[in-house]
Design a binder for this molecule. Structure first.
Ligand code: SF4
Length: 517
């Protein structure tokens, strides 16, 4: 094989996967956007998402800042040199990271040290299999941490909250799948896609679930029972009303694919792999002699170019959402300003904000802050950053990260430093809600995965502290303009996340009766 060509082919596959959503995913998102009523929070979120998809494609920049865990599945003709291919993929990954197409995402599990090039023990995942055909089939998925953390595995029989007994049959499987969608709420950046694996053991069950994510959104399951279960789940999971980002709405689930394998008599696992709307998976057929791409996969059917129907309308809807009261905030923010805000308000932020993820929150809990945070805004974000030749930093992607990880620290840090607002995704828990009420603070939910949209709102990088934690974990000082988010937890003890969880639980209980005999 011409290995230089092969490396270039892998580079193209990585860049295209990171920056350009496949056609089947675009069609599913378009259908979801059409189901939502104009002016709702769900419609506003989907406008931002579709706008972001278009921006990522145009700028050849990451759709979401979270590169996730790159996973390659490769089928080779007998005799192909897998060692050589692996090395070429490593080089391509490192190059794509250097070029800002992927965020450095590989960290030492014990020390937290970031390798800086997306390589390291176990990363990327590359799985080879041989087949009788005469070309290489190479597929890649970039599955982010926010949705990976919402994967769930059930061991049947089980008692499921809201649904009762789930037995070792199709009806028990049905309950597990509905429960998996409920427990994810909006935290995996819904609306999402699920792959379900029935059978196997704890590891092969999850492998089977993830394998389903390589099926096209619109394929039809050849197994009649699984086909009807997929249809049932698509029809009914969307009745839970969790909606995009967990803001409530008509679409919670964009796709459900179910696979089955044998098991041993003692075990019965149902494994669910949850994937966010930023469903970055592509594939190529590669010539094993020349190393060149022969064909791209997941490219059948109509391509939705989100800019075409209403680029200006989308932009306008994001800037000034209909039926929403848009409030402008500029830090330093006073306690009085914060206490006027209530759940559901849309805010636009101008001025400074500071990024902080896990390492920063832990650090701030027992150190002084490197800057005065009184009245300031903390953004839960691990951006993709590139330094130019003059030494200036540029933001390549900057969507919100999952906030709940900061729950043990957030309230205390807000009170300690006088922070008035935190921005993230997925909401936070009771401890933070109590602190917001006591101290006078708000939680703002940004649109998960909208990394290009938010990068565009960042007008300059004013500085950075604690770079020893690595690029995603450092504290970046960002000057923003028109950064839009929704108040989902306010200083009056209200939480949209709690409300949606409660109402979706009530709806879930309606599915407790046996459907499959
Ligand atoms: S869209 Fe959300 S869950 Fe998906 S990779 Fe991005 S931040 Fe993670």
């Amino acid at each position: 094989m011409n290995i230089e060509n092969f490396q270039e082919s892998m580079y193209q596959l990585i860049v295209e996967t990171s920056t350009n959503l496949p056609k089947d995913v675009r069609r599913a998102i378009k259908a979801a956007a059409e189901r939502e009523n104009a002016g709702t929070r769900a419609a506003m979120s989907l406008d931002t998402i579709t706008n972001n998809i278009k921006m990522a494609e145009d700028k050849v920049s990451p759709i979401c800042q979270d590169t996730g865990l790159p996973t390659f599945k490769i089928k080779t003709p007998v005799g192909a040199n897998q060692i050589e291919m692996k090395q070429a993929i490593y080089h391509a990954i490192a190059q794509a990271t250097k070029d800002g197409k992927l965020r450095p995402n590989s960290v030492d599990s014990l020390t937290g040290e970031n390798s800086g090039d997306n390589l390291g023990g176990g990363i990327p995942v590359i799985k080879f299999a041989q087949w009788e055909k005469d070309y290489l089939d190479i597929r890649l998925i970039l599955k982010g941490g926010g949705c990976e953390n919402k994967n769930i595995q059930y061991s049947l029989p089980a008692e499921l909250e809201g649904l009762g007994r789930a037995g070792r049959d199709l009806d028990g499987i049905r309950k597990c799948i509905l429960h998996s969608v409920y427990q994810a709420q909006g935290q995996g950046c819904s609306a999402g896609f699920i792959g379900v694996g029935i059978g196997g053991d704890r590891s092969s069950g999850y492998d089977l679930a993830k394998e389903q994510l390589f099926r096209t959104v619109d394929d039809v399951n050849p197994h009649p029972d699984l086909r009807s279960l997929e249809e049932y789940v698509m029809e009914n999971a969307n009745k839970l009303g969790i909606g995009t980002m967990g803001f409530g709405g008509e679409t919670t689930l964009l796709g459900c694919k179910i696979g089955v394998m044998n098991r041993i008599p003692a075990s019965f696992y149902v494994s669910v792999a949850y994937n966010c709307w930023a469903y970055r998976r592509l594939g190529v057929a590669v010539n094993p002699e020349t190393g060149e791409i022969q064909e791209w996969m997941y490219q059948d059917g109509e391509k939705i170019d989100f800019a075409q129907p209403a680029a200006t309308e989308i932009a306008a809807a994001v800037e000034t959402p209909a039926e929403q009261n848009v409030i402008t905030l500029t830090a330093p923010i006073t306690e009085e300003q914060i206490r006027e805000l209530k759940v559901g308000d849309v805010v636009q932020i101008n001025g400074m904000m500071y990024t902080g993820r896990d390492a920063i929150h832990k650090y701030l809990s027992d150190h002084d802050a490197p800057v005065d945070l009184n009245g300031q805004i903390i953004y839960h974000c691990g951006p993709v950053m590139l330094k130019d030749k003059e030494g200036n930093w540029h933001v390549k992607a900057a969507g919100p990260t999952t906030s709940i990880r900061e729950e043990p620290y957030q309230g205390d840090i807000m009170k300690k430093f006088g922070i008035r607002a935190v921005i993230g995704k997925g909401g936070m828990g009771k401890k933070t809600l109590a602190a917001l009420q006591e101290h006078g603070g708000v939680y703002l939910n940004a649109i998960g995965g909208a990394a290009q949209y938010y990068a565009d709102c960042i007008k300059s990088v004013e500085g950075v502290d604690l770079m020893n934690f690595g690029i995603p974990e450092a504290m970046w000082h960002l000057q923003v303009q028109g950064f839009t988010a929704v108040v989902t937890m306010d200083a009056h003890g209200n939480s949209l996340h709690e409300d949606v969880e409660k109402s979706s639980f009530e709806k879930l209980t309606q599915f407790a009766d046996r459907v499959y005999k």
